[in-house]
Write a protein that binds this ligand. Structure first.
Ligand SMILES: [Mg+2]
Length: 383
């Protein structure tokens, strides 16, 4: 079997959020990658949190031509070739996103060729994986947030994640950062009060705080019993996170936007995290994420899904023994429902893994053709 064609489709997908009195239209952008083989098998992958047309250009003009006629089952050989083609000095960034989307497509092909789901090829550790719902976005007011939290709990979700920190560090929020985190503390307390003591609650700063304000926020929300704090610090600052963890006892998680494994080596060696969060759609695909999971296991650290795209990432979490949580990110799930067919549904807070070969779901080509006619985001729609 040989790779015959590599295609990328940048998409800026319109989303309509109608929940708890909020009626809001937004967009979220992704780049869908498809790898066709001369045997007729086609695999698909995805990446996001980038400028999607840039990724499409990297895939179609540089990465795709480099692997034409290669054996699609030789994922390690292809990964190594693309690493030296795209990021030969260990650069992390858009090239890692492009490589991730291609690698995910290769694993989809491998599963289809061998008649096995990807999670079984990765080790088949957990036929059932727990899910958490990412529901708590900044556009919800404090009361809306509390009522949306209750809505998710009523739908069977026992684990919830909300964002904190706003965009003060990005100079898009005119409030002083201390005001932002005071409001965050009130929002977290409102959600804890709304859902009661038995629901697990996670928070995510999307790398938007410095060490001082992250420490203050953790002190303010101590009574709310947060299970982990995701991407608390700008740049996933390794010594800063190690210090935050030691000073506060808060469990920390990060890694969804890291491109290469060495960043996880540094986080783990510095005892900066309680959960490593390689994302198969961003962190170099399954081929690299499974190595990061192994590195985490050697440090007795679990992995968890952050950065959305749970339908792809559930295979990693289910495949390896130290896999744990799959993220059900409300906006990303709504996007996937528009561009894929055959997506699984969580039940009572768990996904039961499918036995369908490969990823187990397929692009909806008619829907994608229509969405591809819409304007690209040009820097907006990054969730
Ligand atoms: Mg996140």
């Amino acid at each position: 079997m040989k790779i015959a064609r590599v295609a990328a489709t940048p998409l800026n997908v319109p989303l309509h959020i109608k929940l708890a009195g909020v009626d809001r239209r937004t967009t979220l952008s992704v780049c869908l990658v498809e790898v066709e083989t001369d045997s007729g098998l086609t695999g698909h992958g995805l990446t996001a949190i980038t400028e999607e047309e840039v990724i499409a250009a990297i895939v179609e003009r540089v990465a795709g031509p480099a692997i034409l006629s290669d054996d699609p089952l030789a994922h390690e050989r292809i990964w190594d070739k693309l690493y030296w083609t795209l990021m030969p000095r260990g650069q992390t960034g858009y090239a890692a996103h492009a490589l991730a989307a291609i690698d995910v497509a290769l694993w989809d092909i491998k599963g289809k060729a061998l008649g096995q789901p990807v999670w079984r090829l990765l080790g088949g550790a957990h036929p059932k994986v727990p899910v958490y719902a990412t529901f708590g976005f900044g556009f919800f007011g404090r009361e809306q947030l509390a009522s949306v939290a209750k809505l998710w709990v009523s739908q069977g979700f026992k684990r919830l994640k909300m964002t904190v920190a706003g965009e003060a560090l990005r100079h898009r929020d005119t409030r002083p950062m201390m005001d932002v985190i005071r409001e965050d503390a009130a929002r977290v307390a409102a959600v804890r009060e709304a859902v009661g003591p038995d629901i697990e609650l996670f928070i995510d700063a999307n790398c938007n705080l410095d060490l001082y304000h992250a420490t203050k926020l953790v002190e303010m929300i101590a009574p709310c019993r947060i299970s982990f704090f995701e991407e608390p610090l700008t740049q996933n600052d390794v010594p800063g996170m190690a210090q935050l963890r030691r000073a506060t006892g808060m469990a920390l998680a990060c890694g969804q936007n890291e491109g290469l494994a060495f960043r996880f080596r540094d986080l783990l060696a510095a005892q900066a995290i309680d959960y490593a969060q390689p994302n198969v759609c961003i962190t170099g695909g399954f081929s690299q994420c499974v190595k990061i999971a192994g590195m985490a296991a050697a440090h007795n650290v679990s992995i968890a899904n952050g950065g959305a795209w749970g339908f792809h990432n559930m295979h990693l979490q289910a495949g390896v023994a130290n896999g744990t949580l799959v993220e059900h990110h409300y906006l990303a799930v709504e996007l996937c429902r528009q561009i894929y067919r055959g997506l699984p549904e969580p039940k009572d807070g768990f996904f039961t893994m499918s036995e369908a070969p490969g990823l187990g779901f397929e692009p909806d080509r008619d829907a994608i053709r229509e969405i591809a006619k819409l304007p690209l985001s040009g820097g907006r729609g990054k969730g």
